[in-house]
Design a protein. Sequence first.
Length: 125
Amino acid sequence: MRIIIRVLINAVALAVTAYILPGIELTGGIPGLLLVAVIFGIVNALIRPIVSLLSFPITCLTLGIFSLVINAGMLLLTGLIAGNYLDISGSIFESFLTALIAGIIISIVSALLSWLLPDKKKRKS
């Protein structure tokens, strides 16, 4: 059940981001959105820890700001894997800047939704 909630939170965060930013387009309706959310979750679960570990020194040097670059990279990788369902338009620099802003928006929306929908395990403690 927790995985389904996380996928739905990612889907809402991606939908809000696509609504706010003109450079990001989600296609395929709700099934496409859910597919992109699942891919985004898998990328964040499998690839992000490795990238974070390898970039730990530069993240420490920048006092954590480099984690925004990692977020943008994970979103761009999700766009590559998702194919036609997620389009981050523009040249390489424009798409990276859009992904950087999108990563910030996704983080904020996801944090707010996670805060509003706490886990049952945390309530019992």
